[in-house]
Design a binder for this molecule. Sequence first.
Ligand SMILES: [Zn+2]
Length: 232
Amino acid sequence: MIALGDLVELNEADLRLDRVKHLIDDIDDELGDAPWLEALQTEIEEQKTLVDEIATRRASAESDLDDRRQKIETEDGKLYDGSITESRELRNQQEAVYALRRGVKEAEEPALALMEAEELQREASTYLTTLLTEAQKSWDTAQAALKSDRATLAKEAASLETDVTTWRGEIAAADLAIYDKQRLTRPLAIAAVAGGVCGACRLALPTTILTRARRVTEPVFCPTCACIVYVP
Ligand SMILES: [Zn+2]
């Protein structure tokens, strides 16, 4: 006699364990860093470089303006400190100060444009950093939920593994060998016959197979799907 009833129980426990392990594998595929993390971090780094570059150019433009204004003050001072007495020389000095003032006016516009551009780049930088923080927060929440689901499934798997071990302890080695060989090729190793139909492939079984399956003296295989069939 082959212990078909026990094999059915074992197979059911194995199938449940297969499903749980599959779910755990699916979760493992989703655990880890977000797929967008590296690209977003790179973008943030590049944006910071842009900000640094434009800040350097803005600082240099401002320093240039300071120098020009300082020079105007110095040259302007010479008009009134009595160091220049000749009227022709004074006129020349006045012309020179005017020229310097025009120079400042011309340099002010690009410096202002740089300040505005820097402001925009800083805003873009802040936006990206906020985006990363928010997205990371959502990702972490989802990951925590996955980890919790995984822990539940792991407990279920451990319990099913105990069931499998228990059932295997009840079944004769020869029957286990047949079962294990079946399980290598199909998860559903053993199926009940209902109304003369194989429970696995749903095809009608020949009468000779049904008769032998009813006797339960030897494992009987479905000629179509090759799983062990039994008549409950
Ligand atoms: Zn079948």
